[in-house]
Design a binder for this molecule. Structure first.
Ligand SMILES: *Cc1c(COP(=O)(O)O)cnc(C)c1O
Length: 373
């Protein structure tokens, strides 16, 4: 079976470093907050060119902690996209903030800045753009909207670590380092994944960084002196070992994904029933997922066909957030999301990982095309 991800082959290439690093941590028993965690934070900050990286337990925690650090209060409205993994909006609701979901661009799948602007009310306090599937939302416009309306911006970059965003003045910044806080996940299948759960927050604001460091550790700066309500959320040292081994390969990993995406793009270029993912302006694409739109194709039948051929496929995401049972308490106009509604019915993701070779890719695309024609 050709799986969506292939973590085993990737591991085998860096096995010695990972195995010896893990053995070292077990030997020195620095399981929590060991030297590798500290080193990883510095190495990631240097890669991203950001002032501060604070690691935490997972990407969902990172989002929650970001909103806590910004002092958002129950009733504050937070604008985010309707087309994302639930964690983005779940954390807003968890803190008793009011999630306001908006529609996406039908071709890039990214949050639409015009819709953000329309959704702003006097209660709006923050925007959470999601760099979905690996490319950055239109951060130049989003930051401009945020400045004009005095809003915080929390970037959900769980799917786009390593992506570059190009501003019109020529400045280039890494995804997650543009807003007030960036949040990422090191879930194993993410572009930079560990071997369990992990996450991090990025910020250039030293004061915010201090607050975040305190919140992740029970609101504590001096041991057993608790200055604020916090949480317990940390990256363990064994996960930091894995991430330190992988970080130097991140660009190479992302390039391998782009190469696979280019192959898919070419193979489907002349097939009107398959729309390949559009490259958004001003951003590179790190292809956390390769997601096509099917036009007049029976998606479940195609997925069954692929399964029979030994090719995995998946749907990200089958149900828009505004239709999720968990969000029924938040009133939203059911007709306000035509693009998300359509995408949820028509998108399909193909295997995407760092280990796909041309032979495998050809088998996958041939298998798709023999069904779609
Ligand atoms: C994976 C993901 C998260 C959550 O990360 P976890 O580490 O699984 O908690 C949040 N947002 C997006 C867009 C994600 O893809």
């Amino acid at each position: 079976m050709i799986q969506m991800v292939d973590l085993k082959s990737q591991y085998l290439k860096i096995k010695d470093e990972i195995d010896s690093g893990i053995a070292r941590v077990i030997n020195n028993t620095e399981f929590i907050n060991g030297q590798d965690v500290k080193d990883f934070r510095k190495e990631l900050a240097s890669y991203l060119n950001v002032g501060n990286v604070i690691t935490c337990g997972n990407g969902t925690d990172a989002l929650q902690i970001a909103m806590m650090a910004l002092g958002l209060k129950p009733g504050d409205e937070v604008i985010s996209t309707d087309f994302t993994f639930i964690a983005t909006v779940e954390t807003i609701a968890l803190l008793q903030l009011t999630p306001v979901m908006v529609d996406v661009d039908p071709e890039t799948y990214l949050i639409n800045p015009d819709e953000i602007e329309k959704a702003i009310t006097p209660r709006t306090k923050a925007i959470v753009p999601v760099h979905l599937f690996g490319q950055c939302a239109d951060m130049e416009r989003i930051m401009d909207i945020a400045r004009r309306h005095n809003l915080y911006v929390i970037e959900d970059t769980a799917q786009a670590i390593g992506s570059d965003y190009h501003f019109s003045d020529g400045t280039v910044k890494k995804a997650g380092t543009i807003g007030h806080i960036g949040c990422t996940s090191f879930f194993p299948s993410k572009n930079l994944g560990c071997y369990g759960d992990g996450g991090a927050l990025f910020t250039n604001d030293a004061e915010l960084a201090e607050k975040i460091s305190s919140i992740v550790n029970h609101g504590m700066e001096i041991r057993y002196h608790h200055d604020r309500i916090g949480v317990n959320s940390r990256l363990d040292t064994i996960q930091a070992v894995v991430l330190r081994a992988k970080l130097p390969h991140l660009d190479e990993y992302n390039n391998a994904r782009r190469k696979a995406a280019d192959f898919y793009d070419k193979a489907f270029a002349n097939c009107p029933k398959i729309s390949t993912p559009k490259r958004a302006d001003k951003t590179t694409h790190t292809f956390h997922q390769y997601v096509v739109r099917l036009n007049g194709v029976d998606r479940s039948a195609l997925m069954e066909h692929l399964k029979a051929k030994g090719v995995a496929s998946a749907v990200y995401y089958p149900i828009p957030l505004h239709k999720q049972k968990a969000f029924q308490g938040f009133k939203s106009d059911p007709n306000a999301f035509p693009n998300t509604d359509k995408l949820c019915e028509s998108v399909m993701a193909l295997p995407m990982n760092t280990e796909l070779n041309e032979e495998t890719l050809k088998y996958i695309t041939d298998s798709v095309l023999e069904f779609v024609k």
